[in-house]
Ligand binder design. Structure first.
Ligand code: NDP
Length: 234
């Protein structure tokens, strides 16, 4: 059955790879993009997830095009790194507002039609840094660990309607986001990674499509690491 899938921040990086993977599976895939054009072959709606009105409009546009959203991948995320004593409060709030509030906002918007349909899949893209903590990333780590409470609360709220809510916690994945990571920090993180390499966006996408698929119908409230073993047992 072809489902309507919405991937936020699906114009590049991990989000784009996730979107293409769902499309290859035969799903109807929509992505949100903040600027520029939608990637070739994907239906795109312009949306800054920090803007409640834009988020509502985006979901309405997707539903008008493809019908109610059955699968949401809340992927849009940013970093604004600085050590806490020098971090500007607006950078803390911006990261929480995008990564955590933005994810909640999109989940809330799509959950209504999932409840009516008595079926749905929500996958949040968190980060292992939410569990390990990370110097210079108090805002980012707080936003990503906050997603655990969000995931598990929604899993409780929506479970009786056959809606699963899970999150993945990627380690170091090769995208533009990690271009700013210093060689020293990269080596440090890889020394804590049993597989001793960075991951690819496809390796994250494969786990996300699994969580949204029939094979994961009995999985909810899970935090699934995709990090080559970094932070195992967190
Ligand atoms: P990128 O920086 O490559 O992509 C981030 C995406 O999020 C872009 O599409 C960007 O849109 C979008 N985005 C950012 N802010 C907003 C906003 N306010 N509204 C709408 N869209 C927004 O990062 P990755 O692909 O690496 O990261 C994707 C997710 O995976 C993020 O949540 C990140 O935290 C998480 N992650 C990444 C890891 C990594 O090592 N790469 C590790 C662990 C987690 P635009 O193009 O307009 O900027």
């Amino acid at each position: 059955m072809s489902r309507t899938v919405l991937v936020t921040g699906g114009n590049r990086g991990i989000g784009l790879t996730i979107a293409r993977s769902f499309a290859e599976n035969g799903d109807k895939v929509a992505i949100t993009h903040r600027s520029g054009e939608a990637p070739e072959g994907l239906f795109g709606v312009r949306c800054d997830v920090r803007d409640p009105e834009a988020a509502r409009r985006a979901v309405n546009e997707v539903e008008a095009q493809y019908g109610p959203v059955g699968v949401l991948v809340a992927n849009a995320g940013i970093t604004r790194d600085a050590l806490a004593p020098t971090m500007r409060e607006e950078d803390f709030e911006d990261v929480i507002g995008t990564n955590l509030v933005g994810s909640f906002r999109m989940a809330r918007l799509v959950s209504r039609s999932m409840i009516s349909a008595k079926w749905g899949r929500i996958v949040f893209i968190s980060s292992i840094m939410g569990f390990l903590g990370s110097p210079g990333q108090s805002n980012y780590a707080a936003s990503k660990s906050g997603m655990l409470g969000l995931t598990r609360s929604l899993a409780w709220e929506l479970g009786s309607r056959n809606i699963t809510v899970n999150m993945v916690t990627p380690g170091l994945i090769e995208t533009e986001m990690i271009q700013a990571v210093t060689d020293k920090r990269r080596a440090q993180l890889l020394s804590q990674t049993p597989l001793r390499r960075t991951g690819t966006p496809q390796e994250v996408a494969d786990v996300v499509t699994f969580l949204a698929g029939d094979g994961a119908a009995y999985v909810t409230g899970a935090a699934l690491p995709v990090g080559g073993g970094i932070g195992m047992g967190q």
